[in-house]
Design a protein around this ligand. Sequence first.
Ligand code: ADP
Ligand code: MG
Length: 575
Amino acid sequence: MGVTEIRVLMPEVASKIAAGEVVERPASVVKELVENSLDANATQITIEVRGGGVNLIRVVDNGAGIPSGQVELAFRRYATSKINTLADLGNIVSLGFRGEALPSIAAVAEVDILTRTADEEAGTYLEMRDGLGRGKGQRGRPPGTTIAVRNLLRNFPARLKFLKSSATENGHIATVVSQYSLAFPEVRFTLLLEGRAALRTPGSGNLRDVLLELYGLEVAQAMLEVAARDEGPPAEAMAPLPQVSGVVSPPSVTRSGRGYLSFFVNRRWVNSRMLARAVEEAYHALLMAGKHPIAVINISLPTQDVDVNVHPTKTEVRFRQEGVIFSTLQRVVRGALVAGAPVPRIAAAQPPPPSPRVPGPTLWAPGSIEASPPAPPLAAPFPQASLPILRVLGQLSGSYILAEGPEGLYLIDQHAAHERVLCDRVRAQRQRQEVEVQGLLELVTIEVTARQEELLKGHGEALSGYGFALEPFGVRTYLVRTVPAILRGRDVPQAIREVLDSLAEGDAASDWEERLVISLACHGAVRAGDTLSPEEMRELVRQLEQTAHPHTCPHGRPTMILLSAGQLEKGFGRR
Ligand code: ADP
Ligand code: MG
């Protein structure tokens, strides 16, 4: 770090620091104290919370400690050991640098500190009351620091009033600790909320161990590794590529909220709409509406390329090369998704009996394929992006194509598979400005609602680019001249109305065209229940093989599941 002694920053440095209050709520105190422990290179951090953090927040670490003679100084405003000069402000390698946290906390709470460096005999104890130090003394303690914060905001009833219930404040605290445990898998975190262990990470250095603790086994195993591939010199010679690492969920593992995206820039937990957008765009057309991925993304880049001195809480950052960061992140996440797209395997509903003498029928049931497919084993992430060669065997229930492949029996959802094929076809045709059009020989009219008419007018030109030609034909009635050829033979008025409705969904004005394509593909695709000839099935499988994402339909559902040769052998008691 270069700077080890705590000093008060010169006014010209202090004045350049984004000013403001750092103690918004108990979770802000936890964040500042944990950051200090991490900056002190602690490998074990225990956080104890009572009364939603208002009664007590105690953080115990085994870090470097503060030399006895500097303990009071640590509570002075702009006193920091982490930076010194203006130049340091452009090259921040620690989480803290403002020298504001401890004085700000001591101004609104009672703070007790006990700290010891490795080369001191005993720890130094100090009580801070109303911002003033008292009762300094020596106490036994292994090297490290304990800071206890009591009666937070008690003398500030107006601000105390804004805090939510203990449960809510504890939730915010758990989020802070969870995020830092993801950023620092090598640190052993323990969070005790109201006496109960809410979080314990092993400090093994393995991110999957932290994921296991936070999100459970299934998610921890299913997450796909993200790695910035080395692609030679970057296009813009001036811009060193940011290093991106971490994990993202496969499209089959989702959450209903956006709160599962974690970003760390040079190990600092940051909020960034831009980074969130880059990740979500990488999942483009792979997720069902309203579903969001889980991701843990670490970005490292030269300290000069990122400004962390934007906001007092340091959770906002500014990138010098925003565009490069955005496109790199989007590309590597997309790469991980394509490389890791698994064929969901059929899971055993119950484990087969060990060695049945008279084997009863063994039940195989798709284990909730939609929500989260049975995860592939950690070591073998089932990496093929394209399909193996499949031999069509027949049709099941008029809905599924049965096919044999090198790994076993594939069951292909004919509707989902055809949707994927059509979606890619329409997109490609649209790009070449040559969407195949079907003229209607019979007179087809369609009545629309006021809302649908509005959409029809608003998107008229774009709709005609996809092959729709509609003419006004009376009050809220239109004559249909042509439709995209993929709607051939379909209930055209019904399809048009539903396509219009799909345009009205969602809020992002930008992705309506994507919804249009998906809706067209859905209406054009064969249905469950449509009988297909062997030739039609072979053709569909052949076309599916040629798509970029054969394993999922445009809504993110799987197009196929696999019953492996191994599962068959087990099921029949052959091994
Ligand atoms: P900053 O982190 O911005 O430097 P703080 O007010 O948070 O400012 O802390 C002031 C100083 O106190 C730090 O620079 C550091 O030297 C020391 N310090 C605070 N907490 C710890 C800790 N847990 N272990 C070791 N030193 C600490
Ligand atoms: Mg700090």
